[in-house]
Design a protein around this ligand. Structure first.
Ligand SMILES: [Zn+2]
Length: 418
């Protein structure tokens, strides 16, 4: 734990002890032997977690409602309840071997904001809401950020309902099993601003000894699949110059890919995560090669250049070796630039509270990518130990979690006051 100087004494603050103890209480639900959490979307554990939150919220004078895709909203009325709300939130579902903080922190920090304002008798002009987005992780039902996608109109409700897990159970079946009404549409309430506080899930804040990341957007990302067709041949009798070996393409392409990423600066990301050959035998020249390239960059121009260069490098290598094959984009998520007023509110709160901060771009997708398409949105990051996430060892400093929640509190207060 590290002490963080806090020069503003005479204003409301979140209760860091309660924030931590609630994180630990939530982590008991679906706790894994390695100290992580397995609370996948729409399981009994997910439901228990949501009920635990509901109890805390109702005891803090808030109203709770659940929409037809399982998004849960905790509302605290402002002085004029007819005005658009200032919203925050994240998710309570986890990966099968997830941690205690990914998503959960954003939800419990949001509740802490509402509860502290309740206890301090502060009533801002606008109402505030904390949302628990349903199925953010997309590991049980294969659609990450599902609930926020439906809410923001990017995914039809019926398409979400039809998703099934590996045992064939659908989202709709599971919502109904858990007593969530699936009649009616998902309607979007008017929102003035949406903020999400989250662990960084990367190592940058920790390495630079910063307490707060002021997140200005989410980087552009895409995934590409390369197929190369060769000819299976015996590794002994076939001379090197008489083979049609797809690995020759890989050998040419890899250095060129890493060089292309390096040329786009330190913000570029390139990952070759899968390399597969068939038949996969040590004494057979492969007849088939498949590999993937994941590309990311926060800026559109270098991102587009990098994408283009990867394609031309692969095509040139195929021609050079006279082998059949192709590269195609199998997934793309365009980058997001967060709302200036929301980013400014976060930065102002960070400065007022005296925390060490830096601007950054998120490397991962979040529910905020969906909300940003329809309402003013931004995010706040806090460091996590070693940058680890989606891992049972995921961990964060209570002082950093408290700082992030205080930034959320003051940014939300500023946005809700006028
Ligand atoms: Zn998350």
């Amino acid at each position: 734990m590290s002490a963080i100087a806090d020069p503003v004494d005479n204003a409301v603050r979140i209760d860091g002890g309660r924030l931590w103890s609630r994180l630990m209480a939530m982590a008991q639900i679906g706790a894994t032997p390695q100290g992580g959490c397995n609370r996948q979307a729409l399981t009994d554990g997910d439901f228990s977690g949501r009920e635990l939150l509901r109890g805390w919220a109702e005891a803090a004078g808030c109203r709770v409602r659940v929409d037809a895709v399982g998004n849960l909203f905790v509302r605290r009325a402002g002085r004029d309840d007819s005005l658009p709300v200032v919203m925050t939130g994240s998710h309570l579902d986890t990966q099968p071997t997830g941690g205690k903080f990914d998503g959960v922190y954003g939800v419990i920090a949001g509740l802490e904001v509402l509860q502290r304002l309740h206890e301090a008798g502060v009533a801002p002009l606008h109402s505030m809401e904390v949302v628990v987005w349903c199925n953010e992780e997309g590991c049980r039902f294969p659609m990450a950020m599902m609930g926020s996608a439906v809410w923001s109109g990017r995914l039809p409700l019926d398409a979400a309902y039809a998703l099934t897990d590996r045992t064939g159970r659908s989202v709709k079946d599971e919502l109904e099993r858990l007593g969530i009404a699936t009649r009616g549409a998902v309607t979007r309430q008017p929102v003035k601003a949406a903020l999400e506080v989250h662990i960084e899930q990367g190592p940058v804040l920790e390495q630079r000894a910063k307490t707060i990341g002021v997140v200005t957007g989410v980087q552009h990302m895409s995934r590409h699949e390369v197929i190369v067709e060769g000819q299976e041949a015996h590794a002994g009798p076939t001379p090197m110059d008489m083979r049609r070996d797809p690995i020759r393409v890989l050998a040419d392409v890899l250095p060129a890919l890493y060089a292309a990423a390096r040329d786009r600066g330190s913000d570029a990301r390139l990952t070759v995560g899968i390399i597969e050959t068939l038949p996969g035998s040590p004494n057979t020249v492969p007849g088939h090669l498949r590999f993937t390239v994941d590309v990311r960059h926060p800026q559109i121009d270098p991102y587009t250049e990098l994408r283009g260069e990867i394609e031309s490098v692969v095509r040139a290598a195929l021609r050079r070796h006279s082998l059949k094959g192709d590269i195609r984009c199998v997934w793309e998520a365009p980058g997001v630039r967060f709302d200036t007023a929301c980013v400014d509110a976060v930065r102002a709160a960070t400065v007022a509270l005296g925390y060490d901060a830096m601007d950054m771009v998120s490397g991962a997708g979040h529910d905020s990518c969906n909300t940003a398409a329809v309402v003013p949105t931004s995010m706040i990051f806090v460091p996590c130990a070693g940058g680890l996430s989606h891992n049972e060892a995921e961990s964060a400093d209570p002082a950093h979690l408290e700082a992030g929640a205080n930034v959320l509190l003051h940014a939300m207060l500023a946005l809700a006051s006028a």
